[in-house]
Design a protein around this ligand. Structure first.
Ligand code: SF4
Ligand code: SF4
Length: 364
């Protein structure tokens, strides 16, 4: 008979490999979560988001990730590091959400690989899933007793907050599970829903992806007009509902040690070759890896943070107003209007693209 490492032994291995919290649950399907995903999808709240919404049956059935799965060992790794001391000099920067400052998923994968290796050393099969659509990782972490569901739909670890990336080791070993769900600690707090710049938190734990800036930056098509100003300087992700969360304000900071990248240079994202931009943003989720979406977002942020009389801004706007891609011409037209440079739009009324015409139609 094969031995199963105890949770204490697995935690020890995980801790040594940089995993801050580790707990286990059974590999039973997440039937309630599947129903929720299907309902929200039917209501359109997913806003076209794929990820675990793509195939809810798959993402909520651990045995489809690993045949014969009996347990899920869930790990969490903090990505909270010190804020940058200062912004880079020219000020035309887009802000990146904390989880994307460095490759925290790679570090977590490494940690969970060590946990998986300890199980495999005893003869068990394993599959490590990190940032993977094959498993609803937050639901697994909740059932494993790692934390509670915040009203902002993040998982909050008691005393530690939600600045964590989550991942799992699915295994056919029967690991000791605690079965202790962490009770809700949000109480009457509503700071996340009050603080969301677009009102995307429509009920406790329910995010309308069609309004969530984090998803809108990743979604295809036009960046919705009504949320462009609210986007502010965010070029990738949105931390607002975590920044305002009281437990997060008391969360311990992980010592920096990676390649933190809190800002993205806007003009470079607009001026540099496609391949260079995509290489720079290699960790970002970009719709079909089409560079036009990085540029679209950069144009919206430019409209929010640029100065209309800056010659570099003027030059980049002029270039994008003549860009062969109508989507980019349209967003450049918005940025030019927002920066008071309607003069740059001269001649655009002949543009055959309906997206451009829609932008011109909105100008005051
Ligand atoms: S990520 Fe930003 S936009 Fe999305 S729900 Fe949170 S605060 Fe709102
Ligand atoms: S801001 Fe308040 S309500 Fe929202 S997740 Fe944090 S504790 Fe819960």
């Amino acid at each position: 008979m094969l031995l199963v490492p105890t949770m204490e032994e697995l935690r020890e291995v995980g801790r040594a490999a940089g995993v801050d919290a580790l707990a286990a649950t059974t590999a039973d399907p997440f039937l309630e979560v599947r129903t929720t995903l299907e309902r929200r999808k039917a209501e359109g709240l997913h806003g076209g988001m794929a990820f675990t919404y793509r195939r809810p049956e798959r993402s909520t059935t651990p045995a489809l990730a690993l045949p014969g799965a009996r347990s899920i060992v869930v790990g969490a790794r903090s990505y909270l590091v010190e804020d940058p001391v200062e912004a880079p000099p020219d000020g035309l920067q887009g802000r990146i959400a904390r989880y994307a400052w460095d490759d925290h998923y790679a570090a977590l994968t490494q940690g969970l690989n060590a946990v998986a290796a300890a199980l495999r050393a005893c003869g068990w099969r394993t599959r490590v899933l990190v940032d993977d659509n094959a498993l609803v990782d937050r639901a697994a972490a909740h059932r494993a007793g790692i934390g509670w569901w915040g009203k902002n739909a993040n998982l909050l670890l008691p005393g530690l907050g939600s600045w964590y990336v989550l991942g799992s080791v699915v295994t056919n070993a029967v690991v000791a599970v605690s079965n202790e769900i962490v009770a809700d600690r949000c109480g009457s707090c509503t700071r996340c829903s009050d603080g969301c710049p677009t009102g995307a938190i429509t009920a406790p734990g329910v995010i309308d992806a069609r309004r969530c800036l984090s998803w809108l930056l990743q979604a295809e098509g036009v960046f919705p007009f009504e949320y462009r100003v609210a986007l502010g300087d965010r070029i990738y992700g949105c931390d607002e509902c975590q920044e305002v969360c009281p437990p997060n304000r008391r969360a311990p900071i992980r010592a920096p040690g990676g390649q933190e990248m809190p800002w993205a240079p806007l003009l470079s994202l607009l001026d540099t070759d496609d391949a260079v931009v995509l290489a720079y943003a290699h960790r970002w989720y970009i719709w079909r890896r089409e560079v036009r979406y990085v540029r679209r977002n950069a144009l919206v942020v430019l409209g929010n943070v640029g100065m209309g009389d800056d010659p570099k801004v003027e030059a980049v706007l002029a270039r994008y107003l003549a860009h062969p891609d109508g989507l980019l011409r349209a967003h450049a037209a918005w940025a030019a209007g927002r920066l008071g440079r309607e003069d740059l739009l001269m001649g655009l009324d002949q543009d055959p693209d309906p997206l451009v015409q829609a932008e011109l139609g909105r100008l005051p």
